[in-house]
Ligand binder design. Structure first.
Ligand code: GDP
Ligand code: MG
Length: 701
């Protein structure tokens, strides 16, 4: 008979780690909440008939976030045979809050108290027999890291499937609440399966919109229920949700009595000591900036410098730093071969000047990207990034952004697409939209080659350029949060955010390696797919001229006369005020909409445009902040569920990017004493003025 086990627990309790262990499958293991957005399924090892589902990490079964809805709908509608509730043993009280709700579902529950090796090390005392009695289900210590207890918990889960699906009411609420619950069951839940009645009655008592809608309860019935619900509220002087939450915590307190003793050791763990420094109110952000600077220094300045030198020396023997130059060694070999084989000029040009130059430029950044992936993955896995989330959460909240926004931002520093998807953890619709709009301001991995390129060609390879790109991204988010929060559509208070800080741990090599490899391979894959195709497009667009006598291949075609060149020239006037009104830079910007790596590919194919430092920086910032690549735009559409909001998001990004670049270039020129354009300076100053006015305006509540 087929059995189904549902893995449920708080974010970061170790569900995915246990899931991988039980199924032998590899799922991404992250060190912050919100990584597992969708459920994943696998078969229990050696037991083909037992399916395990890894559900999103949740704190409760309330309909606050889409993830909580996914998880609870799964439990209610799919009706699994047993719930395997993973509890973080180092955070028992918090985790049991969810457990008390799971116990009401009338589905057998087995509790795995995870991270037990840490619990033991700390000297916390847990009486599992007593806990088991008080909770009315099996409670088993495990460690998903060492594997201890994992087989035992799997066996226990299988055993539990034979148990009755009736709620053993381990924690009655106070008299008046129980009275109301009984009334609800009696009045509207007669048709519901017996085991689910209790859970539904509590949800109706809490006036859970989704449940009320789902059960389609008549107006009259609802009105009669309201009377007894209001009575309870009046007597206990709290909202129904507050009443229930309160009683749950009281119950948890009772459970703990004599069954759980936290060791005093807790306050002096090495983790806590390190945190005193790293999350210090004043030092945290400077330390973060320093660490990030170091990361970019290693990957962009150091490794970037070496690879450039090595490539220049071995492949080229000379030349400035740029993909297109070092790759000239290979093109020479190839073009000689092509001549020998009598390959047609057009094909040889396509391969060498189109494909090789475009993909080669992107691939030449691979060593830097790899180093960067190693550093960032290390910081994620050891738990430092969660601290940054914690610190920036406080900062962001001051600016009206949801603290939960930070997780999407964090994910987006790798790639905007999963970053945008990670906004699903945000309950409040306004906050969610705001986060979707601003997420891609954070430089993603694909924008890094461009940053490295500008830094190498115009700023002597300084890591400060990369650091500044991040600061501009964060500032753009904060300012946008400020601007948009003041408009009617985004007003409202931000939801509170609970996030626990996992202990620092040395990442396990295999975990780290798997993630780094994953990221590196997808970078290479992208160079071999999207970049390949768009490099061919680019080549077609720049080697063919269109005229009265049709479209024709023209070797040595002046860029301005080519198809893409002409297209770009229509937009030149737009970008002139930003300092990069030249055909190459505009083509790069347009191609960047396909994939941001294309920007370096364009310069690989077309040679870098002559730009001043200021113009180059303005170009960089515009491309960092403007509309993201098509894949990310599609993700925005998917997550906004609306064309109107999607268009708003993309237009906002473009307009915002334009204003910032304009200000940087025009005022930069003004301050540097170069001959400034009076109109440009005035417009920039006006924009700055409007912005300041808007920012100082009272926020809509
Ligand atoms: P999920 O969010 O519930 O899926 O949690 P993950 O499986 O992603 O684990 C979160 C973090 O906890 C990861 O860094 C794991 O390596 C770590 N972890 C999981 N189980 C254990 C355990 O038993 N002991 C310790 N020390 N760490 C664990
Ligand atoms: Mg997970």
């Amino acid at each position: 008979m087929a059995l189904r086990i549902a893995l449920i627990g708080n974010p970061n309790s170790g569900k995915t780690t246990l899931f991988n262990l039980l199924t032998g499958e590899n799922q991404y293991v992250g060190n912050w909440p919100g990584v597992t957005v969708e459920k994943k399924e696998g078969k229990l090892r050696d037991k083909e008939n037992i399916t395990i589902t890894d559900l999103p990490g949740i704190y409760s079964l309330s309909p606050y976030s889409p993830e909580e809805i996914v998880a609870r709908n799964f439990l209610l509608d799919e009706n699994p045979d047993v719930i395997l509730n993973i509890v973080d043993g180092t955070n028992l009280e918090r985790n049991l809050y969810l457990t008390t709700q799971l116990l009401e579902l009338g589905i057998p529950v087995v509790i795995a108290v995870n991270m037990f090796e840490l619990v033991r090390k700390r000297g916390d005392k847990i009486d599992f027999t007593l806990l088991s009695q008080r909770l009315g289900c099996r409670v088993i210590p495990i460690s998903a890291i060492t594997g201890e207890g994992v087989n035992k918990v799997a066996d226990a889960a299988i055993l539990a499937t034979h148990e009755s699906r009736q709620v053993i009411n381990m924690h009655p609420f106070c008299g008046i609440v129980e009275h109301a619950l009984a009334h609800i069951e009696e009045a509207v839940l007669k048709e519901i399966p017996l085991n689910l009645q209790r859970w539904y009655s509590i949800k109706i008592f809490e006036r859970d919109m989704y449940v009320l809608e789902k059960l389609n309860i008549s107006k009259d019935a609802l009105n009669s229920l309201e009377t007894s619900i209001r009575e309870a509220e009046k007597e206990l002087d709290d909202s129904t949700e507050g009443i229930i939450a309160n009683e749950r915590y009281q119950f948890i307190d009772q459970i703990k009595q004599g069954a759980y003793q936290r060791s005093a050791y807790y306050d002096m763990t090495p983790s806590n000591k390190i945190d005193k420094l790293l999350t210090n109110r004043f030092l945290a952000l400077p330390i973060f900036a320093l660490i990030m600077f170091f990361v970019y220094y290693i990957s962009i300045s150091l490794v970037g410098g070496w690879t450039t030198k090595w490539i220049n020396a071995t492949l080229l023997g000379k030349g400035a730093y740029l993909g297109s130059h070092w790759i000239q060694g290979l093109p020479l070999v190839l073009s000689n071969l092509f001549t020998k084989w009598n390959v047609s000029a057009i094909l040889s040009d396509l391969v060498i000047k189109g494909i090789l130059a475009g993909c080669g430029a992107v691939l030449s950044f691979l060593p830097q990207m790899f180093t960067l992936f190693v550093c960032i993955t290390f910081l994620e896995d050891c738990g430092y990034m969660s601290r940054i989330a914690f610190i920036l959460d406080k900062l962001f909240r001051k600016f009206g952004l949801s603290g939960k926004s930070f997780i999407p931002f964090l994910v987006a520093s790798g790639c905007g697409v999963p970053g945008i998807m990670a906004t699903r953890t945000i309950e409040n619709e306004n906050d969610r939209r705001l986060t979707i709009i601003t997420t891609t301001f954070i430089p993603c991995g694909a924008k890094l080659p461009m940053i490295a390129l500008i830094s190498a060609t115009l700023f002597g390879g300084s890591a400060l350029v990369a650091l500044s790109a991040y600061l501009v991204g964060i500032l753009a988010i904060i300012i946008s949060g400020f601007i948009l929060k003041k408009s009617k559509s985004f007003s409202g208070n931000v939801a509170p955010f609970v996030m626990e800080l996992p202990d620092y741990r040395l990442p396990r090599f295999l975990n780290l390696w798997r993630t780094v490899l994953d990221r590196t391979l997808s970078y290479i894959k992208k160079a071999g797919s999207i970049i390949l195709i768009s490099s061919i497009l680019l080549w077609l667009g720049t080697k063919f001229s269109g005229g009265s006598n049709g479209i024709a291949y023209t070797p040595n075609l002046a860029l301005e006369k080519s198809l893409l060149g002409r297209l770009a020239s229509y937009f030149l006037f737009l970008f002139k005020p930003l300092g990069f009104g030249n055909v190459r830079a505009v083509i790069a910007t347009i191609m960047g909409l396909i994939a941001k790596e294309e920007i370096v590919a364009v310069f690989g194919v077309l040679d870098i445009a002559n730009m001043s430092m200021l113009a180059g920086y303005s170009f960089l910032i515009f491309n960092l902040l403007c509309a993201p690549c098509v894949a990310a735009m599609a993700a925005i559409k998917k997550e906004m569920y609306s064309w109107k909001w999607t268009l708003f998001a993309i237009s906002y990004q473009c307009v915002f990017a334009y204003c910032v670049s304009l200000i940087i270039f025009q005022l930069g020129k003004f301050y540097s004493g170069a001959r400034a354009n009076p109109l440009g300076v005035t417009v920039s100053a006006v924009i700055l003025g409007i912005l300041t006015y808007w920012l100082s305006k009272e926020r809509n509540k």
